[in-house]
Design a protein around this ligand. Sequence first.
Ligand code: AKG
Ligand code: FE2
Length: 480
Amino acid sequence: MNRCGGYSSSRSRGRGRQSWQRKTNDSSSDFQSPVQTDTTSTGRMSDSLDRKPLRTWQVKGHNSDGVVSQEYQNVAPVNCHSSSNVIGHKSDGIVSRNKVNVTSAGRHSQQHEHFVRGENNFRGGKAKKWIASSKTSSTIDSGDDKQPGFSSVEAKVPINLDRCVVESEEPDVSRLSLESKVETSHSDNRVVVLGSNEDEHDYKDNEHSGCSKSQAFDICPPKTDSVITLKPSLLATNREKRNELKKSIDEPKGIILRPGMVLLKSYLSSSEQANILRICRTQGLGSAGFYQPAYREGGELHLKMMCFGEFWDPETSKYWKVRPLDQAKPPSIPSEFLLLVDRAMKFSHSLIGEHSKVKNVEDILPPVYPDICLVNYYAKTGRLGLHQDKDESRESLSKGTPIVSFSIGDSAKFLYSDQRDAENADNVILESGDVLIFGGKSRHIFHGVSTILPDTAPKSLLESTNFRPGRLNLTFRQHL
Ligand SMILES: O=C(O)CCC(=O)C(=O)O
Ligand SMILES: [Fe+2]
């Protein structure tokens, strides 16, 4: 679907290894000098780093690929310390390249220390244990103006980064992400990536916290006694409840936005919305649940994602039976979701029938039998750049098979346009319970979410589900 991270950027997200991900054989010489080092140490580097996030990762594997990714945000100044540990076997051919992206202004120097422990199992001989280390350092210059920039540095080193220190000359670094790639010349075994985020609370903006590649993200976290919320006045609460009730009693209103593009206002009832949230919450906590997606280039999407049916991978812009990251299999699309899609399609067809003279409404809005559902959770700072959904099969795309989109929670400003042009795009506010359908001649529109309108979710929905502030969007698609 080629969705871009920046709002109007046009970054393409095609599949394929990057040059730095090429399989290679040439690193065995990097491992020759064992160094007696405690590679399991996760101790902080120095006092000056003490208040900074510390994360520990461990990669265990042999003859395989693995990715370790770590992110720090709003760390000012950036002094990060991370620690990871790679335990490998058959060290021949292991190569890793570390990529560090710093989204900020200014210059940042970084030093990496890499430690690796491994075992060579010689046929018929004794296993030889070794520890190797290497150091690299580099400077990232992400622009001399004060505008946030994006830099990426890759270093080829014996194996995975173990410790990384990034120091900044600028105090306003907002985001740093580290990605470590482990590669070997053999690919017959899978790598196990274990990670832990030891002090998630160091994050100042928790939009991205609580959800690393290995952590569950709860869209409806249980209420805790320690959180004190200020209640709105009784009058305001009653007024909101009356409005919500009125909306739920009103007939759903259908609007034809353009040929093949229909907006059904307040289409999902409160209980349907709550049920969708509960199902997504349960599945989202499961093995193929919500995670923080990132593009192949390293930048993260401004949302959390999970999938039903098959997995859509932003790194490759492809659908997969299992999530490449961890081989987790997405749950199938719940039957109640499919019934709602079917009902919305029928409603849209009768709406189109009332407003046009075509014999067959399916010529304007073709039918859809979804086999994929992408679920996006947007926090209040969430967004999604203008993009086209075009990773479905050629057949599905050429028929104009629609995308059916459900919005739940906070409202969103949704942009759509024939061009990738956010400035001149049309927009519509998608509120909780709205269903948007775009197919036929509108199937290839550029679309995206520019802003989430905070605190606009129906209060009763929040009360009954504990849904966290933000918006949930489900897009149903037919891939095959
Ligand atoms: O959140 C939305 O309304 C749009 C989502 C979308 O376009 C997508 O997931 O491809
Ligand atoms: Fe999309």
